[in-house]
Ligand binder design. Structure first.
Ligand code: ADP
Length: 490
């Protein structure tokens, strides 16, 4: 294996800033790559609240005639990994990362163009130069574009290969064409092969079209986004790049999500001490004010931790409504999102207060206790690029019931009642009946204690650690470097 130098660009990363899955991945991947021997510099904005770091130079970024003073602060992450925070208070010292409420900041195009430029400037100053520029999601989408335009004459970094990772195709970074000159993008780029998308400029399209390799966060999602049903209008663009598109499953933080060492549980447990999982079940039922006697402990408990939006399958659950109560299970649901889904779950809880509990909001400790205390974890997403909760569930011996889509399909093996093989239950048609059917099957299997134990243990034995994912990214880097060499005629 060649040890590569990677310049990573992302708009958020744990532990500095996070609004979703991107933050987890951008935080974990540099460490996993570094432990394989690669050298990673992760560049992200310095948002309000992020402090510290060692001053690591400054520069001026001129953008459409405006000049931004930028300073860099370096934070060591590991032996071969560091984060470089881009300080530019005018752009990044704000209350939120991307906007307030449903309103994006009106200058997001400039903010993230400056991020891309500042990252490339930093990389251009590195010796030896980066082999790879790895950009994540639309916010970093202009990094590959500038690499091939403004930085094309800069020896060193100009030779780097670009890799772009799509975490969620639903966000495309669309801006009116007046931004083209304001971002120093020549009009020759404003075409169908370039970064124009239905009359607008798309940062996401820039990332997809100007990178040697494109990845997304599960193999199945990589295929799905090349179809009209799940391509959000980008299927044609991605099909054209088909050979260059790969799917790599996200890993999970297996230290934070470990039932044998989880501070949020009343007692640890593992594959050989599964009886102790019951203590988490009791604690969960008690904490949520549900019955927690012997009868309740014997009754199957279905858990959900989710954003309450259509994407996550709440439209199917709403269609099932009251009939969920006749399944003979108890339900615990934690989530925030659309008021109509909050009202629906609250109404079910009011109807069956001993068997249904709903908590609105974001609650990390409760999320852990639900993963541990539930018997079944429900994730009926309409689409799911990767999904993390189903992987946590497997680790916690909590059997997932999922819609067979995206990362859910890749990570869950459907249970086979005849052979006893499998780790969960999948349904294929996105209909309330199919969801109900999968739940009924899971609840029936729950009654067969030995079969259930075998399924729990099978799930707990699966490996979703970052090291396998990082090795797959390293292979993509090699493919990108080969493609870049071919393009340069070497
Ligand atoms: P997505 O990124 O589409 O929301 P994922 O399953 O990939 O879905 O990741 C969601 C992450 O956010 C998981 O770690 C999950 O536990 C967490 N999460 C979602 N909603 C809540 C909540 N209400 N409280 C605590 N954690 C939550």
């Amino acid at each position: 294996m060649r040890e590569r130098r990677v310049l990573m660009v992302a708009s958020e990363a744990v532990p500095f800033a996070k609004t979703g899955g991107l933050g987890d991945v951008a935080g974990a991947l540099p460490l996993a790559l570094a432990s394989l021997g690669h050298d990673v510099t992760l560049v992200l904005p310095r948002y309000r609240g992020a402090t510290g770091g060692t001053p690591a130079g400054s520069t001026q970024v001129s953008l459409g005639g405006r000049v931004f003073d930028v300073a860099y602060a370096e934070h060591a992450l590991a032996d071969r990994a560091r984060a470089v925070l881009v300080e530019c208070p005018d752009l990044f010292d704000r209350a939120e990362l991307y906007g307030v409420g449903a309103h994006d900041y009106p200058d997001n195009a400039a903010r993230f163009a400056v991020l891309a430029r500042a990252a490339l400037e930093y990389g251009a100053g590195q010796h030896p130069a980066p082999d790879i520029v790895h950009a994540h999601d639309w916010q970093a989408g202009l990094a590959p574009v500038y690499l091939r335009t403004l930085f094309a004459g800069r020896a060193g970094i100009a030779e780097a290969a670009a890799v772009f990772t799509v975490h969620n195709l639903a966000y495309q970074g669309l801006f009116p064409p007046v931004w083209m000159p304001a971002l120093d993008l020549g009009w020759e780029l404003f075409g169908i092969e370039g970064i124009e998308y239905w009359g607008k400029l798309s940062f996401l399209k820039g990332g997809v079209n100007f990178s040697e390799m494109v990845t997304t966060v599960s193999p199945r999602y990589a295929r799905e986004i090349q179809t009209p049903e799940l391509g959000f209008g980008f299927d044609g663009i991605l099909r054209r790049r088909g050979r260059r598109v790969r799917g790599i499953l996200n890993g999970i933080d297996d230290a934070a999500w470990d039932p044998a060492a989880d501070p949020h549980l009343p007692a640890p447990y593992g594959p050989d001490t599964l009886d102790d999982k019951r203590l988490s079940k009791r604690a969960l039922l008690e904490r949520l004010g549900l019955s927690a006697g012997d009868e309740a402990l014997a009754r199957p408990l279905v858990g959900m931790v989710s954003r309450l939006v259509d994407q996550k399958g709440f439209d199917l659950l709403a269609a099932l409504g009251d009939s969920l109560l006749s399944l003979g299970a108890a339900f615990v649901v934690l989530g925030s999102g659309e008021p109509r889904y909050q009202e629906m779950w609250q109404a079910l809880a009011d109807q069956a207060p001993d068997r249904v509990a709903f908590r609105a909001g974001f609650d990390e400790p409760l999320a852990h206790l639900i993963e541990a205390g539930a018997d079944i974890f429900l994730m009926p997403s309409k689409f799911e690029p990767c999904g993390l909760n189903q992987m946590y569930s497997l680790r916690y011996g909590t059997v997932p019931v999922v819609h067979a889509v995206g990362g859910l399909d890749d990570t869950i093996e459907n249970w086979n009642g005849r052979t006893g093989a499998g780790t969960g239950f999948k349904f294929r048609a996105y209909t309330p009946e199919a969801l109900r059917g999968a739940l009924v099957k899971a609840l029936a299997a729950f009654e067969d204690r030995a079969a259930w134990r075998a399924m729990q243990r099978a799930g707990m034995s699966r490996d979703f650690s970052w090291s396998a994912s990082a090795a797959a990214y390293a292979e993509v880097y090699e493919a990108a470097i080969r493609a870049r060499k071919r393009a340069r005629g070497k």
